[in-house]
Design a protein around this ligand. Structure first.
Ligand code: ADP
Ligand code: MG
Length: 554
């Protein structure tokens, strides 16, 4: 009809869709995780907005319904959530609105470049999709056409967005009795399995079991059955939770496929009451580390999800995932309140301390040093941000850091460095450059090496900033070798190898030994790897010419 508007996708969306359509079979089931999560988020958002606007109140039986239709070969996911107005549909589903998805397409570009090089032809794409989730667009892994009919809560209008995922989408007026959203997937020929209710049930239990909103699946007879347990896992006693349940929960909150490196589950009692279930991932996600630096730990009040924007942890712990649930806040916390309420400030402080304590004890466990190093390789650069951002926690963060060193193999720490300091040594020396190999060969190190003075080698992009901010560790000033060269006179050269005579003495000795064979011996800064170079004197023919003359028998 004439009311149908056609729009082109942005270039980024096109690229993403291209990828999604060719995703591997094994990875496809996560489309359901993504769509169900969106439906649950929309439901939570409506409940949250209804706290300050009664007109938006959720129907009592609000749920997410998954309805397969074998005859029509469609799968419909419906919710009674906040819904989308026309502009929301265009913005949210027509462009790459969220930073994570954008980070994904960038990582994809890099992975593709890698693939072309790879001789094995190993396909990196599925693991990338798994790690990121590509949100709504993952629907096109199983569907060759998707329609979204939505009515924003508090409005009368409904609109239908439709696309075959090939460059454009349409928008047209529609009708919907209640506020909420229906996503209709017209399944591809090879996606039959998602018409089977037992298969859908399996996927929901696997990926969405902890979602609090009921998720019902309609079976062949039209009966609806709730598939998720919706248990607030964190409220259960530790002794009743299996490792597998923790792991599953971690994967639901993190959208990841890895295992947690650390699981922190505790209940704070007394003046402040809350439960925390937090995880440190074992793999570095591509997403949300640079684009959005805020912690996404979820805040629940009396089990109910409130927001993931409460910044329950400082930016430099943003890699930590999970949930904090408290009874000490009212259910209708507003955005302003999130900023200012002292209760939340106290919870933030307590949660941060708990995470630091965990990291500290793991960093001190020498039997599991390698495990800790893996963590540090993933998230060390982010931790370092805390040194220049968080004055208060600086001293606690410093011992958590690991470094390469001019005298030690592997990783070392500031406390270990201090324990190896020479008696006459006052400062902790460090050198910053782009990569550790360059650092190891740096001429700046020679004087320190000759005197057996250890230098920490720093090569993360944040390393240019934090040492000065930290200033001291254990009362020892941190000093760059470029500023510390003057200190060298304090240290005696060590052993034979260390006995490098001053350049002047060497020049004198060489002149004596070579006598009339050379016109001069000079020091130079032209050399990097070599000790000596023959140079033509300023006035004579250059060396290349001299060689030619000699070969010609002159
Ligand atoms: P994300 O969920 O990470 O923001 P998605 O690609 O999954 O990214 O979804 C994009 C956006 O589309 C969401 O942020 C939301 O605004 C909107 N959206 C998707 N599904 C729904 C839904 N069922 N109800 C309301 N809004 C939705
Ligand atoms: Mg989503």
């Amino acid at each position: 009809s004439e009311t149908v508007e056609r729009h082109e996708f942005g270039a980024e969306v096109g690229r993403l869709l291209d990828l999604v359509v060719h995703a591997l079979y094994s990875d496809r089931e996560i489309f359901l995780r993504e769509l169900v999560a969106n439906a649950a988020d929309a439901t939570d958002r409506r409940r949250f907005e209804a706290l300050t606007n009664e007109a938006l109140a959720l129907p009592a039986d609000a749920k997410v319904l998954i309805a397969p239709d074998k005859a029509a070969r469609t799968l419909t996911i419906s919710d009674a959530g906040i819904g989308m107005a026309k502009d929301d549909l265009a913005q949210n589903l027509g462009t790459i609105a969220r930073s994570g998805t954008r980070a994904f397409s960038q990582a994809l570009g890099e992975a593709k470049a890698g693939e072309e090089k790879a001789t094995e032809g190993e396909d990196l794409r599925p693991s990338l999709i798994g790690q990121f989730g590509v949100g709504f667009y993952s629907a096109f892994m199983v569907a060759d056409r998707v329609t979204v009919t939505s009515r924003r809560a508090g409005t009368e209008e409904a609109w239908t967005w439709a696309s075959d995922g090939k460059g454009s989408y349409t928008l047209e007026p529609a009708s919907r009795e209640q506020a909420g959203t229906d996503i209709v997937l017209h399944l591809k020929d090879d996606a039959d399995e998602y018409l089977e209710s037992y298969r859908l049930d399996h996927v929901v239990r696997k990926w969405a079991d902890n979602i609090a909103v009921p998720i019902a699946i309609r079976d062949e007879e039209g009966k609806e059955e709730t598939a998720n347990r919706g248990t607030a896992l964190w409220r259960k006693p530790k002794s009743e939770i299996t490792d597998e349940q923790y792991k599953e929960f971690y994967r639901t909150v993190s959208h990841g496929f890895d295992e947690p490196w650390a699981t922190l589950h505790w209940r704070a009692e007394g003046a402040l009451e809350f439960t925390g279930l937090l995880f440190v991932p074992s793999m570095k996600p591509f997403m949300a580390m640079e684009d959005d630096r805020r912690s996404k730990v979820r805040l629940h009040v009396r089990r109910m999800f409130i927001t993931d924007e409460a910044e329950l942890l400082p930016n430099w712990l943003r890699f930590v995932q999970g949930v904090v649930d408290t009874d000490d806040l009212p259910l209708n916390v507003s955005r302003e309140m999130l900023q200012s309420t002292p209760t939340l400030q106290k919870i933030r402080r307590a949660v941060t301390t708990r995470v630091i304590n965990e990291l500290t004890s793991r960093s001190k466990n020498t039997e599991k040093a390698e495990e800790y190093q893996k963590f540090f390789e993933n998230f060390g650069p982010i931790l370092k941000e805390g040194i220049y951002e968080d004055f208060e926690r600086r001293a606690e963060i410093a011992p958590l850091l690991r470094f390469r060193s001019s005298t030690e193999d592997g990783w070392t720490s500031l406390p270990d460095y201090v324990s190896r300091m020479k008696p006459e040594q006052e400062a902790i020396y460090y050198l910053v450059a782009d990569d550790v190999e360059a650092l190891k060969n740096s001429a700046q190190l020679e004087g320190f090496r000759a005197r057996g003075v250890e230098v920490l080698l720093l090569s993360d992009h944040v390393d240019a900033f934090w040492p000065e901010q930290l200033g001291k560790f254990d009362d020892k000033p941190l000093r760059s070798v470029t500023q510390g060269a003057a200190d060298l006179s304090k240290f005696k050269p060590e052993g034979e190898a260390g006995e490098i005579p001053a350049a002047d003495k060497l020049v004198a000795a060489l002149k004596l030994a070579l006598g009339a064979d050379v016109s001069d011996v000079r020091t130079t800064d032209r050399l990097v790897d070599s000790a000596v170079v023959l140079a033509a004197s300023g006035s004579g023919p250059d060396l290349q010419m001299q060689r030619l003359l000699r070969r010609a028998g002159r």
